[in-house]
Write a protein that binds this ligand. Sequence first.
Ligand code: OGA
Ligand code: NI
Length: 316
Amino acid sequence: MEKLVSRWCKNKPLPESYIFPPETRPGNLVVPTCNTIPVIDLSKAEGQNRTHIVQQILKAGQEYGFFQVVNHGVPESLMNESMDVFKEFFEMPWEDKAMLYSEDPKNRCRLSTSSVNYAREKIHHWRDNLRHPCHPLQDCIKHWPQKPIRYREVVATYTIEAKKLGLRILELVSEGLGLESRYFGDKLSESEILSINHYPPCPDPSLTLGIAKHCDPNLLTLLHQGDVSGLQVFNNGEWIGVEPLHNAFVVNIGNQLQIISNNKLKSVEHRVVTNSRVARTSAAFFIVPSKDSIIEPEKSLVDDAPFYRAFEFKDF
Ligand code: OGA
Ligand code: NI
């Protein structure tokens, strides 16, 4: 618990153990804030523009692995309320969170810091993290934080809405790939994990990272990044910033969707930089295949030879 960045970082210089080697540290923090990652208006998907929206999604998934969605149907009030509750969680006195702190990745609801394995990693990451599964809700919710008092109620509604949105996007993706619209709707999207990141203000953002470059190992991610920038996506040999758009979700293709689409969609590397002014809180909603799902390139998308062999998701 004393390892949480938010516990000790106030008025302290950046410890040596948080300094990335020159080749992976962000260095110059001025990156082109992109107008390049496409912003897609989902309200247009239900009318005569549907095919156009489907094409926009496919193109963004191929070129960037990322896009943002607006007018997506998750009520603004619910997005604000959940972001408030996530921030309140990290602002609570540590006594109220201590029971959730764990260094065991198997824990069902876990407050931790840095990456998955603090003990084994060489360099620590400038973030604290709260993570828990959300499906099936009845089983999961009893493990969620009891404080803030409204956490369970607000977050349950939020995750139900986020799942609905995720399935809607997956339907559009299926249409774009020429698959039946429910293709991803069953086992391939059965599990859900909510991962809430908290990045306190950092004394030297040029030397460290909130999350080092990675691809998401799931099917699809819906990220609510609030109003503070920090997310960067690797594109055409450079890092580009993903501009925070109020009330938008950042959507990105996970490894499993890249595999199933036989590389028609790309799971792209991204990272999080910190800043010295304000804390940043983001919530990633991961849509994940069930453990026993067979993951393999969809036959109709294989022209020549498949790029991947079939495997059971739990072996990934
Ligand atoms: C993640 C992630 C981005 C962010 O949690 O996998 O990439 O902006 N988060 O916090
Ligand atoms: Ni990620």
